[in-house]
Write a protein that binds this ligand. Structure first.
Ligand code: SF4
Length: 362
């Protein structure tokens, strides 16, 4: 295993501050919230639109998606749901690559997002130009990229992967004697390499939220709650993963929270997931895993600053104005579809089910 780049392309200190993002959004009274939600419902119906929200978005949005016949899930499943749903407009509450993935799979539909400023440090940390040059320097390697990438990066890849097939696909390629170039998340790449033993060259990027979970703080929390089980997302650092009772994607962690007998669960992933996780296990106690705690940034609150940019206010605005439509250049879309389709075909060959049961990591 080898992390090729000394310095990541994205400096985590430049990430927006989650608390500031949340403070800047309008704060509605219960009455106002009710009326905004009613108006959004009306507009969704009028425009034959459906709302798909990621697990890490605000609880209000997840609730509204569920109440209006939309969907709450991980990124791939969001795109698959949107693809199969009869609505002609998809409103994607999440970060930019999620809207792009929806467009790659469903070009005939209008795809809107509450904000186009919602990025992802993995996506930002893997710009298409340098990444393409990196691939050119290693023509002997199969290029496998994680879903948290731009359309242009997906277009340069041989495969897009999600966690439900990442280990199996890398194993499959490894058995064929293939060497892998993996991007963008180094922690996830390292985790897959450990499990499969494959020859993997890793791009150097990480998630600003998961990168901040701290081994020492988590160890202390485990001592304070000896009966608790620890659930960790594999975008977290290796030493944090080593303390886990369950490692997995957003969907897998929700599943593990159900299945583990422990009444207390320490959770190392974005706190947005607590809404959906707690729904199925109302009697269990969820404790967020400790983070670096450096100032008022997402490092302190375990909540993605870009996910936090999605709110009822900009969801309403986008439905009223039709702005923030996602477009993907057709030549790029066709290439990105190819690597994405390879993943779907591989998943089908393994008989991994579609909507509702997939596990993209984010
Ligand atoms: S939580 Fe991390 S991986 Fe997910 S969108 Fe935010 S920055 Fe990207």
């Amino acid at each position: 295993m080898n992390v090729e780049l000394d310095h990541p392309y994205y400096d985590a200190r430049k990430a927006p501050e989650t608390l500031r993002v949340l403070k800047a959004a309008p704060h509605y009274s219960d009455e106002e919230k009710k009326s905004v939600k009613a108006r959004i419902r009306e507009l969704l119906t009028q425009q034959n639109a459906v709302l798909v929200a990621h697990y890490y978005t605000e609880a209000d949005l997840q609730e509204l998606a569920e109440e209006t016949g939309g969907y709450v899930s991980d990124s791939l499943d969001m795109a698959r749901f949107g693809h199969d749903h009869p609505a002609t407009t998809l409103v994607v509450a999440g970060v930019r690559f999620m809207g792009e993935t929806a467009k790659i799979l469903t070009p005939e539909k209008r795809v809107l997002m509450p904000t186009l400023e919602a990025e992802c440090s993995l996506d930002l940390g893997c710009p298409a130009g340098p990444f393409s040059e990196f691939c050119d320097e290693h023509p002997d390697r199969v290029v496998v990229v994680y879903a948290n990438t731009s359309s242009a990066v997906k277009a340069r890849a041989d495969y897009v992967v999600t966690s439900s097939i990442a280990v199996k696909l890398i194993q499959h390629l490894h058995r064929q004697g293939k060497k892998i170039l993996w991007a963008p998340d180094k922690h996830l790449g390292h985790y897959i390499q450990q499990v499969t033993g494959a020859d993997m060259l890793l791009w150097n990027a990480s998630c600003v939220v998961h990168d901040e979970f701290k081994f020492r703080g988590l160890g202390k929390l485990i001592q304070e709650h000896p009966d608790a089980a620890v659930l960790v997302h594999p975008e977290s650092p290796e030493e944090v993963i080593e303390l886990a009772d369950a490692v997995g994607s957003t969907t897998q962690l929700i599943e593990a929270a159900h299945q583990l007998p422990n009444k207390t669960l320490i959770v190392a992933t974005d706190k947005g997931i607590f809404y959906k996780m707690q729904q199925g296990i109302p009697n269990k106690t969820l404790i967020p895993a400790p983070t670096g705690g450096a100032g008022g940034t997402c490092r302190m609150c375990a909540h993605c600053p870009w996910m936090a940019m999605n709110g009822l206010h900009n969801l309403l605005e986008v439905l009223e104005t039709g702005k923030n439509e996602i477009h993907v250049e057709e030549a790029i879309r066709i290439k990105a579809l190819k690597s994405t389709q390879r993943m779907l075909d591989f998943a089908n060959s393994l008989k991994i089910p579609a909507v509702g049961q997939t596990d993209s990591l984010d």
